[in-house]
Design a protein around this ligand. Structure first.
Ligand SMILES: NC(=O)c1ccc[n+]([C@@H]2O[C@H](COP(=O)([O-])OP(=O)(O)OC[C@H]3O[C@@H](n4cnc5c(N)ncnc54)[C@H](O)[C@@H]3O)[C@@H](O)[C@H]2O)c1
Length: 344
């Protein structure tokens, strides 16, 4: 089987995980990399022995010779780079947050659709082993019909040392982290019709909000809470675990700290360890995220080969992105926001 050849743009903090994961993905490899920062290009090029190196993405696309592009830059460049991929008819993966605004995100989806190329957002959290385990339990009917949920990420972890730009933006936790938690809520309980949100900033050294509480109405009738915080100092730091509570007509699911999955129903209570694997290149506590990076990239390679739609396609991600926009709108106005109107 001929390997799919990929090119990666943006050799920063997180791209190192993506490069390690590409080494492990069956049927794909990275043949070219690009970064406008010469030092990052050299570090990642040398670490992963990539000979083709570019400081300019336009030049890399002009030279071609790859089957897909993996855009691992920060949000400012996403629209231009995705549109460049569409112009060259190169299938594209784009990191989250997908775009700066929902209208940019819609334009990116439309450009790829018109070019006839697949577009996947690198929305990896739903690919985490514990999150997949919750989904499987629901699919198996373990708790009947879920009517209530809570998706919680509360931490005091210093994310700013690895990603200093997170302290500088007007928006922080919903756009950076809550976007994953909202996607998990959609993945587990289905699409959302309406939400109301409250935010605040506790850490005085950052510009954006670091605490958010969001109440969601799901299409199927369930109610859920997405609560995220980077201002929560706990005895045992849970970063980067998402904790889940689900109540259903026939039982309950609790995904608690330490990757412990407890299911209670008429058969009794079962407890399973759903800890992620520690991949050879991974390190704690990031291993949960790192494993999901491998899983989503393997999914991309498999779907690119068989022509199937990816789980977090650009079109799917518009529905998560709309929740981010709605949460900021609601926090600013104090009022609930209808999601359907944003997606028109
Ligand atoms: N899914 C996750 O779990 C996860 C975790 C961390 C970060 N991220 C996301 O990954 C993205 C990258 O974050 P990071 O922390 O690695 O950022 P970073 O600033 O460390 O790296 C970005 C790199 O892209 C390069 N770059 C930017 N624009 C470019 C352009 N037009 N052409 C070529 N190179 C360009 C920069 O020089 C830099 O080296 C962000 O969108 C972030 O939200 C996702």
């Amino acid at each position: 089987m001929q390997k799919l050849r990929g090119a990666l743009i943006g050799c920063g903090f997180f791209a190192v995980n993506q490069m390690h994961a590409w080494n492990d993905v069956e049927g794909a490899e990275i043949v070219a990399i690009c970064d406008r920062d010469a030092e990052r290009l050299r570090i990642v090029g040398d670490q992963f022995a990539i000979a083709r190196r570019y400081s300019d993405a336009a030049q890399m696309f002009a030279d071609g010779g790859f089957d897909f592009v993996d855009i691992a830059t920060t949000v400012q460049s996403h629209r231009a780079l995705v549109e460049m991929a569409a112009a060259h008819k190169v299938p594209a993966i784009c990191q989250k947050p997908f775009a700066r605004t929902l209208s940019d995100a819609k334009a990116m989806v439309a450009a790829c659709h018109a070019a006839g190329i697949p577009l996947m957002v690198h929305e990896n959290f739903r690919w985490q082993t514990p999150i997949q385990a919750v989904r499987k339990a629901l699919d198996a009917g373990a708790i009947g019909e879920p009517f209530w949920g809570r998706f919680s990420f509360r931490s005091g972890f210093d994310v700013f040392s690895g990603q200093p730009y997170l302290a500088e933006g007007e928006r922080f936790i919903i756009e950076d982290l809550g976007i994953h938690t909202l996607d998990i809520a959609r993945f587990i309980l289905g699409d959302v019709t309406k939400l109301v949100a409250r935010t605040r900033r506790v850490n005085p050294k950052i510009r954006g909000e670091d605490v958010a509480t969001i109440l969601l109405d799901h299409e199927g009738g369930a109610t859920s809470i997405v609560d995220v915080s980077y201002a929560t100092k706990l005895g045992t730091e849970p970063f980067p675990e998402t904790l889940i509570e689900l109540d259903g007509t026939e039982g309950t699911i609790r995904l608690s700290q330490g990757y412990r999955l407890e299911i209670t129903n008429a058969s009794g209570t079962s407890v399973t360890d759903v800890a992620p694997q520690l991949l050879s290149w991974a390190s704690r506590p990031w291993h949960n995220i790192q494993e999901s990076v491998f899983a989503i990239q393997q999914h991309w390679a498999d779907r690119l080969r068989d022509g199937g739609e990816t789980s977090t396609s650009g079109a799917d991600n518009l529905k998560t992105f709309a929740l981010v926009e709605a949460a900021y709108e609601s926090a600013a106005s104090g009022n609930p926001v209808e999601i359907g109107a944003l997606l028109k």
